[in-house]
Design a protein around this ligand. Structure first.
Ligand code: GLY
Length: 262
């Protein structure tokens, strides 16, 4: 599938689920001293999540141009050393502003990946937050149970705060997250070591493709968490990673996103 069709299929899918398709925000952030460059699709919606601005619609989706070269999400040292990091990339995202929550976020992610893009279930893994005593946030049993509808339990992995609690920066909206990882390795390699053991091990062919964030807290400057006024959904899928998988390539640079320029 060509990259333009992959992007369009994402937007069409979420439009069919009642989402308003919105444009990418500029990559240079204006009016937020906590952030220099847009590092995630949710940045432009920060004030809505915090309750400082009214929502214009309950659901939205877009493809956001992101730059991860400084601050909490910084990929600069990885670029040029591997096949799957960029400084600038596109993040496909869908948002609920106090509307749907974990059930729909997980069910629609599965429907899109498995039924629309036709990714095989046996190569997909989902991670869920194991909980944090320090922050007073429990194990995400709810997300775990929704994933059980689609994946066997040995494909659902508990992850720690580093991998499964997403934060925009040192302060701001945040929450437990559930990531979807895909195992692109050859059958022979999979037979030697199951994908389950490769998730979050920085293997170039066992990658996170989509992060579903259940945005329900605000991290304050003193490090404490306060509940947001509503429970939101913020998802981010790496467009170039998705293209790599759907085009059967082992590197971003071999996809039709880059090959014409190269
Ligand atoms: N906001 C979701 C992500 O960047 O992974």
């Amino acid at each position: 599938m060509e990259s333009n069709k992959i992007r369009q299929a994402f937007l069409d899918f979420f439009e069919s689920k009642g989402h308003v398709i919105v444009p990418s925000a500029p990559m240079v952030v204006k009016g937020d001293p906590t952030l220099m460059f847009t590092n995630a699709g949710m940045n432009q919606f920060k004030d809505i999540f915090l309750g400082n601005a009214p929502r214009k619609y309950p659901r939205a989706a877009d493809t956001q141009k992101c730059l991860r070269v400084s601050g909490k999400h910084n990929d600069l040292e990885e670029v040029g050393h591997d096949t799957y990091h960029h400084t600038m990339f596109e993040m496909l995202g869908n948002w609920s502003y106090g509307d749907y929550f974990k059930k729909e976020a997980i069910e629609w992610a599965w429907e899109l990946l498995h039924d629309v893009y036709k990714l095989p279930a046996e190569r997909m893994y989902a991670t869920v937050f194991e909980g944090s005593e320090e922050d007073g946030v429990p194990f995400d049993q709810e997300a775990y149970d929704y994933w059980k509808q689609f994946l066997p339990e040995d494909h659902i992995i508990r992850g720690n705060k580093h991998d499964n609690f997403w934060e925009m920066g040192e302060t701001g909206p945040c929450g437990p997250c559930s990531e979807i990882h895909f195992d692109l390795r050859d059958e022979a390699e999979i037979a030697l070591k199951p994908g389950r053991e490769m998730v979050n091990m920085s293997h170039p062919q066992v990658n996170e493709i989509w992060n579903l964030v259940f945005m329900q807290f605000n991290r304050k400057a003193n490090g404490s968490l306060e509940e947001l006024p509503a429970r939101n959904v913020d998802t981010g899928m790496g467009f170039e990673r998705l293209c790599m998988i759907l085009q059967g390539k082992k590197s971003y640079y071999d996809t039709d996103v880059f090959q014409p320029s190269i």
